[in-house]
Design a protein around this ligand. Sequence first.
Ligand code: HEM
Length: 448
Amino acid sequence: MPARPPQFKEGKTLLGHVGPFSKDPLNFLGKLHSQSEDSLSFRLAIVPAVYVSKPEDIKEIFRRPQIFTKGGLLVDQARKILGNGLPMSNGTFWARQRRILSNSFRAQMLQSYIEIFDQRTNQAVNRWIEKSTSKPYDIFQDLARTTMDVSVEALFGASVSSDEQETILASIDHSLIEINRRLAKGDIFPLWLPTKANAKLRRAIGEFRDIILRVIEEKNRQADPDYTIINLLLATKDEETGQYMKPEQIIDEIRSFFVAGSETSASTMAWTVYELARNPEVYQKVEEEVNEWWTKGGEMNIHGLMELPLVNAVVKEAMRLYPAVWIQTRAVSETTKLGQYSIPKGASVFFSAYWSQRDPNIWNDPNNFYPERFLNGLTTEQEMAYFPFSTGPRKCIGYRFAKLEMVTLLVNLVRKATISLPEGFEPGFNVQGSLIPEKGILMHVREK
Ligand code: HEM
């Protein structure tokens, strides 16, 4: 067997690198990235960990999900709260769920979501104009709510009342806060322990569950099924086993969709608009592209929205600089070779889209917003080092949904408004969950 990756020595204590990792995870991984040629070993208390920076090795991790499984400290903690939905599951169970859930992202379904994106992002832009007349408005907070509303509508259509909607959103919010709090505090106690925090969390999850069970009953009675994700999940039989998904599993999948899809999309959209405000010359070119497309009869559908190369490049470039999923981790199920090194069974493997996508050895001017790089074509090495949605069999199942939502927002924004940032505004990073702007994204939005 080849040797283990060399040790990263800096900042090590009795608990290994737990201290620097939990204090400033983004910059801790940044140090590992800049010091490693391909992989470096470190330690999180008793768990051996490996940071992987070489794009070929990261690709290999994506290609072998049976060895590099979903597990380890971060995922195990989240699984306790989110259940065994698609992002958390492994093996044949994951493969079956993935087959069934893929139906939710077929072209016909995507078309029905575009109508929701169009309506909701138009309302958002109008709200931004109205709310930022006297002082700048936080468009990130607004987008966080908008993406949640979009998810509710795509999942359930008109089947939840506004009270139920508020309960759903509060439950997801509370779950996210609790995952982050438990991770930050190293709270590894099981959910059944009778603590105050556990009781509150169990109540929030229970309320969510009751609403979904009621909607399932209603949908089962509905004569004409509509284009909602929940209907599809109820109606789809797995081709291999012939079985329908059980309600408890549907609940886990739906909670996972909310968590995986809402904040990630909101932060990416907010960062994209932020970069456009900082780069007025790009905003102007985007306006020109959209206006020309619109005058020539451009349509808000899957094909129409793909006819906007610069808009799509803007979204890609924003995702290069601000990948919402900035850190990824896998648990190694058996000792294996990765590149030139041996990785032991039980190790946690880490890699980072944020650092790979800003690596100065791979990207020219890595910290600059330059969407044209995607129009000019990436090198093979850049292609490999770019994975905001991940790649391989576990690539984000919602990536088309997310891209179409982002492009729709930009079309509606540039057609209607001009944008600017308050003087000297610096949003900062909060990396507890996805990569979100710490101070929000404050913006002046004026009607054209
Ligand atoms: C800009 C927005 C988004 C970004 C950046 C993003 C990114 C990602 C990434 C990087 C992964 C892989 C995580 C890993 O394996 O470690 C992932 C998985 C996943 N995403 Fe997304 N995502 C976004 C939006 C969405 C949306 C809108 C949905 C659902 C509607 C969604 C649902 C999922 C699910 C269910 C998985 C797990 C897939 C599996 O393991 O088979 N995501 N996403």
